[in-house]
Ligand binder design. Structure first.
Ligand code: NAD
Ligand code: UDP
Ligand code: UDP
Length: 319
């Protein structure tokens, strides 16, 4: 057990991909978890195995509305994360980031609770500095299709730091880079889930653009370990801190790796690149390494193997 003190922890977006793994780990560490979600992209299936646990409580609530609960720590993850989902209702996406941040910060202020924001590498936009360090201010289109998400998350960061300066709230800001693992949505359009589902079902692998764009992928267990270390770090350490895997690859390389791991004979099909799709992205994780003693430990083949097994099982169950 990482922490001997039993805490009451709120996880907003707790029924989502990352949130469900975080809830599981917090319960494993002996804490009580209040999982809040409006089920926009999250599902009960992600947390069904926790429902009978007396330390776990589920609350259906939209974070854009105030909430009055009593907790010691807050992880604010509520926000759709994949472009298909966050562009479905862009105004609601911005409200979720901005009104949501105000509400959880107001809650943290009333309770004196420590609070972590799930920010994103998207705050760097289509970066002109590579790899990205936390002091880079980014290159973000304020009026494009991705802006509801990117600018919403940027404004949430602003609110976190203003609540710290104005009200002395204990804040932590994690800038999460692309993460993958079991419980990703099969249909949310993200590259790892798309390629795996396509490979397993014999459909063409859809590469957007010429496939030379790069990303780096962090396995979910490593990311959750980073969250917990960040929350446990000294109060003076607020971040923002990059949490992600620094090993990058092109989307063609990723497709080939997934084809090899699944033994699939799917062919590769090229499709147009979405607007504002970043050309390259890779975290500099020196700060997380120095301040949190954190670095990803899961090799990509191992992580992809576990993710492929998850989707294989899911597709078999769905028939
Ligand atoms: P996800 O879509 O699986 O989870 C988000 C959860 O928030 C879902 O359960 C959804 O139902 C819930 N939610 C959305 N709007 C809400 C609202 N208004 N009120 C209450 N709940 C709401 O996405 P994820 O991949 O688990 O991402 C979790 C967080 O991490 C997000 O804030 C996302 O921006 C951030 N993030 C994720 C990644 C990644 O690669 N997965 C990368 C960068 C940042
Ligand atoms: N809030 C909440 N729960 C709380 C306290 C506050 O949801 O326990 C919300 C409430 O909507 C409030 C917002 O957080 O408007 C910001 O709170 P703050 O105290 O910063 O400002 P207020 O608007 O109350 O002056
Ligand atoms: N991508 C792709 N084929 C797909 C889905 C995505 O080539 O079926 C590309 C996408 O254009 C982007 C990269 O993969 O360059 C990562 O996309 P994702 O949506 O997973 O994350 P993000 O763009 O937020 O990094």
């Amino acid at each position: 057990m990482r922490d001997l003190i039993r805490k009451q922890v709120l996880v907003t977006g707790g029924a989502g991909f990352l949130g469900s793994h975080l809830c599981e780990q917090l319960i494993g560490n002996g804490h009580d978890v209040l999982c809040l979600d409006n089920f926009f992209t999250g599902t009960r299936d992600n947390i069904i195995h926790l429902m009978e646990n007396p330390r776990f409580e589920l609350m259906r609530h939209d974070i854009t509305f105030p909430l009055y609960v009593e907790v010691d720590e807050i992880y604010n993850l509520a926000c759709p994360a994949s472009p298909i989902h966050y562009q479905h209702d862009p105004v609601q996406t911005t409200k979720t980031s901005v009104h949501g941040a105000i509400n959880v910060l107001g809650l943290a202020k009333r309770l004196g609770a420590k609070i972590m924001q799930a920010s994103t590498s998207e705050v760097y936009g289509d970066p002109q500095v590579h790899p990205q360090t936390e002091d880079y201010w980014g290159h973000v289109n304020p009026i494009g299709y991705r802006s509801c998400y990117d600018e919403g998350k940027r404004c949430a960061e602003t609110l976190f730091f203003d609540y710290r300066r104005q009200h002395d709230i204990r804040i932590k800001v994690a800038r999460i880079f692309n993460t993958y693992g079991p419980r990703m949505h099969p249909n949310d359009g993200r590259v790892v889930s798309n390629f795996i589902v396509q490979a397993l079902t014999g459909q063409p692998i859809t590469i957007y653009g010429d496939g030379s764009q790069t990303r780096s992928f962090c396995y979910v267990d490593d990311l959750v370990d980073g969250f917990l270390r960040l929350m446990d770090s000294p109060d003076e350490f607020t971040g923002p801190v990059n949490i992600g895997n620094p090993v990058d690859l092109t989307m063609i390389e990723l497709a080939e790796e997934i084809l090899a791991l699944t033994g699939s004979e799917s062919r590769i099909k090229y499709e147009p690149l979405p607007t504002d799709d970043p050309v390259q992205r890779k975290p500099d994780i020196s700060l997380a390494s120095t301040e949190l003693g954190w670095q990803p430990r899961t090799d990509r083949r191992e992580g992809l193997g576990k993710t492929i097994a998850y989707f294989d099982n899911l597709l078999t169950r769905q028939g």
